[in-house]
Write a protein that binds this ligand. Structure first.
Ligand code: UD1
Ligand code: CA
Length: 455
């Protein structure tokens, strides 16, 4: 059985924040959520998150998750933290392993952890790295035969030990039963007065348990976040990584360094994404979709060959094949733009279906509307869908022509092929095929003179 313990009790003082550190996001998602997702990829039998600082907020953020929480109060070191998780661990046979991860080391990849678990065999395995500057890290001390003997923390290390460049990343996998035994034997007689998880290494060696090690596939996987600066650095690393994956899949990114994905982006073939776009939630771009510069798309589905022009904002909306959206368009939840339809600048759609080939090219608000095929919506058209209390629907049937500056006071229906004259305030249904307009009669006053300034 596999147990995964995630340490997340630390304060994160250098973040200078009221938000518990592990709730700070990378790519729009709390760091702890990244670690949980990676943990789940290993199909563990139990996940235990050790919480301390901001425990209530951390727990509340993952209340519906498949995890057990252990409270560590006060924080007396990483060994002490793991001890708090012990009552939650599940045990079956001697193969049982326990993997220790960190809520503030969000980018470790499942494949690296699988490699660590493979390396473990039936013993202890450490994820280690060799760093040019090992300052601050626990050092891997080896015996004369080159076998791992123990870990010494930087603060406890001698000058010779500090010269060691092989460091402990903190991530390790241990036999569950042995972990319990070893933790019962560690003490806090060290430079920091803490119970060090790393002390189990020396105990494993004394018990004759083999100590293996593995390296992360990429060095950024084990970077931790202690400050806003490190958070920003990890954000860029992760965005670069996501950009790289999309490029490998055949997506064109005008500049991979100016691309932000905070969720999931599924792309077809020959998709082009210009600079400065932000993708959130779950976004699907079908074959040949082109996204112009500085667009924001959240939970969106764009059909084949659709073009989204600069500065467009899409949330909870979809478009059929060959649609054109923007520049400066806003598709809000429930907007459904039909194939070949056009939504132009400063047009807002909410809970509105725009049929095939229909056009709303300029300055309009279309809310709670069902608009048929081949409809032309003139500039400045507004669906008056709200009376201050309730929302009402507007229906515009196929082939209708809505003149500019028209208000459709819902509920109201425009019949098939009807024409509304410019400036109409429609309060009753407009019959199919006919011209409807509401307009005060135009008049001219003969001989009228402009007022003149009194002397
Ligand atoms: C630890 C390792 C060190 C390793 C380094 C890698 C120990 C004793 N040392 O160092 O060998 O090189 O990580 O970064 O394990 N935490 C708790 N409760 C505690 C203490 C820590 O939950 O009482 C959590 C922290 O929130 C953090 C993680 O454990 O996520 C590591 O703690 P930190 O103090 O950063 O590690 P170090 O002791 O510096
Ligand atoms: Ca008007």
């Amino acid at each position: 059985m596999l147990n995964i313990i995630i340490l997340a009790a630390g304060l994160g003082k250098r973040m200078q924040s009221d938000l518990p550190k592990v709730l700070h996001p990378i790519a729009g998602k709390p760091m702890l959520a990244h670690v949980l997702e990676t943990a789940r990829a290993l199909s563990p039998d139990r996940i235990v998150v050790v919480v301390g600082h901001g425990a209530e907020r951390v727990q509340a953020s993952f209340a519906d998750a498949d995890v057990a929480f252990a409270l560590q109060q006060p924080q007396q070191g990483t060994g002490h933290a793991v001890m708090q998780a012990l009552p939650h661990l599940v045990e079956g046979d001697s193969d049982d392993a326990c993997l220790v991860l960190y809520g503030d080391v969000p980018l470790v990849q499942a494949e690296t952890l699988r490699e660590l678990l493979r390396a473990r065999g039936a013993g202890l395995a450490l994820l280690t790295e060799t760093l040019a500057d090992p300052t601050g890290y626990g050092r891997i001390v080896r015996d004369a035969d080159g076998r791992v003997a123990r870990i010494v923390e930087h603060k406890d290390a001698s000058a010779t030990e500090r010269a060691i460049t092989e460091v402990n990343t903190g991530i390790l996998a241990a036999p569950t039963a042995a972990l319990r035994r070893w933790l019962a034997r560690i003490d806090n007689r060290n430079a920091q007065g803490e119970y060090y998880l790393t002390d189990i290494v020396g105990l494993a060696v004394r018990d004759g348990v083999p100590v293996a090690h593995a390296q992360p596939a990429a060095s950024w996987e084990t970077l931790g976040v202690n400050s806003r600066m490190q958070q920003a650095q990890l954000e860029r690393i992760w965005q670069g990584e996501q950009a790289r994956r999309l490029l490998e899949q055949g997506v064109t990114l005008a500049d991979p360094a100016r691309f932000d994905l905070r969720g999931e982006l599924i792309c077809g073939r020959d998709v082009f994404i210009d600079v400065g776009c932000v993708f959130e939630g779950r976004v699907r771009l079908a074959d040949g979709v082109r996204i112009g510069p500085h667009c924001v798309l959240r939970d969106a589905d764009m059909g084949e060959g659709t073009q989204v022009e600069a500065f467009t904002h899409v949330q909870g909306a979809r478009a059929g094949a060959g649609a054109r959206i923007g520049p400066y368009a806003r598709l809000r939840p429930g907007a459904d733009v039909g194939p070949e339809a056009h939504v132009g600048n400063f047009v807002e759609l909410k809970k509105t279906t725009l049929g095939r080939g229909s056009k709303a090219n300029h300055l309009s608000y279309l809310g709670d509307a069902v608009i048929g095929d081949q409809v032309n919506i003139g500039a400045g058209t507004i669906t008056c869908n709200y009376d201050g209390v309730n929302k009402f629907q507007t229906v515009i049937e196929d082939g209708a022509f809505i003149g500019s500056d028209t208000q459709l006071v819902a509920p109201v229906r425009v019949g098939r092929g009807a024409t509304l004259g410019a400036g109409t305030t429609l309060t009753r249904d407009a019959p199919a095929g006919e011209l409807t307009l509401s307009r005060s009669k135009q008049m001219s006053v003969p001989g009228w003179k402009r007022p003149v300034r009194k002397s």
